[in-house]
Design a protein around this ligand. Structure first.
Ligand code: KIV
Length: 294
């Protein structure tokens, strides 16, 4: 897929490798709607991931597994309307790429054509390698995702750190190299011990984006709702909170409810006036017996 960044202001995909080469950290955040896409853009972030974490953060499920193509397409469309400069990466939901390369290409094409995504992300290595090659062959840039891959959390024994033994760490490195060889332009490393992520980052030519994987990755990603304090479940220990928006929203809603109940809202400044003669005419025309309430 080609773009003309000089015309649309989009960060060129090739710039990511150059940033990593210059030692400039790449910043990615998840977003799920127009305002979060717009704010990530305004804040100067490089990458916006429409993560299937949406299943938990915005749709209220307890895992990422239930996210559907239709839901992810709708969220991605909203984000791409808001985020102009950052590359927008659509997360391929569980079931959208596991069955076959053909399915993966068909679904990824929908993200690009129908939702304006710049790239897709998919989890795992093994069978995902041929999916990556098929997608890249179809001209769709792919971000890989290794370590704690939430779609297979049950197989991994839960939401826990991965690669904590020498053998498992070596497997992660081999998988990372294989994903790079298959054509990924970047790789998310989730919940991997920092020294393992550092070694993988050193060995790969493509940038690594860490989440709970230490400071030596080429970039970092956080889930928006963890970062903002908007997720009422327990955030992972690696998620740093930069705000307490959830508490602020609840406080605002409580004050709104109290104002409505006490009659303090609305006041005249929140209402519209009309010419006196028009009002008089309306009152005389509409005078009738009051309707009875149930
Ligand atoms: O779905 C998601 O938000 C993710 C990030 C945690 C990388 O995959």
């Amino acid at each position: 897929m080609t773009s003309r960044p000089e015309e649309n202001g989009k960060l060129p995909l090739t710039e990511l490798g150059e940033m990593a080469g210059r030692g400039e950290r790449i910043v990615m955040v998840t977003a799920y709607d127009y305002p979060s896409g717009r704010l990530a853009d305004a804040a100067g972030l490089d990458l916006v991931l429409v993560g299937d974490s949406a299943a938990m953060t915005v749709l209220g499920h307890s895992t990422t597994v239930p996210a559907t193509m239709e839901e992810m397409l709708m969220l991605t469309r909203a984000v791409t309307r808001g985020a102009q400069r950052p590359l927008v990466i659509a997360d391929m939901p569980f079931g959208s790429f596991q069955v076959s390369d053909e399915d993966a290409v068909r679904n990824a094409v929908r993200f690009v054509k129908e939702a304006g995504a710049d790239a897709v992300k998919l989890e795992g290595a093994g069978p995902s390698l041929s999916r990556v090659a098929a997608l890249v062959g179809a001209g769709i840039p792919v971000m890989g995702h290794l370590g704690l891959t939430p779609q297979s959390a049950t197989m991994l024994g839960g939401f826990r750190a991965q690669g904590k033994t020498a053998d498992k760490a070596r497997q992660l490195l081999e998988d990372a190299l294989a994903l790079e060889a298959a054509g990924c332009f970047a790789l998310v490393l989730e919940a991997v011990p920092a020294p393992v992520a550092a070694r993988i980052s050193e060995r790969l030519a493509i940038p690594t984006i860490g989440i709970g994987s230490g400071a030596e990755c080429d970039g970092q990603v956080l889930v928006l709702h963890d970062l903002l304090g908007l997720y009422e479940g327990r955030s992972p220990r690696f998620a740093k909170r930069y705000a307490e928006i959830g508490a602020e929203i609840q406080d605002a809603l409580e004050r709104f409810a109290a104002d409505v109940r006490s009659g303090a809202f609305p006041t005249e400044e929140h209402t519209y006036a009309m010419p006196d003669d028009e009002l008089e005419r309306f009152v005389s025309d509409s005078t009738a017996a009051p309707r009875s309430r149930p």
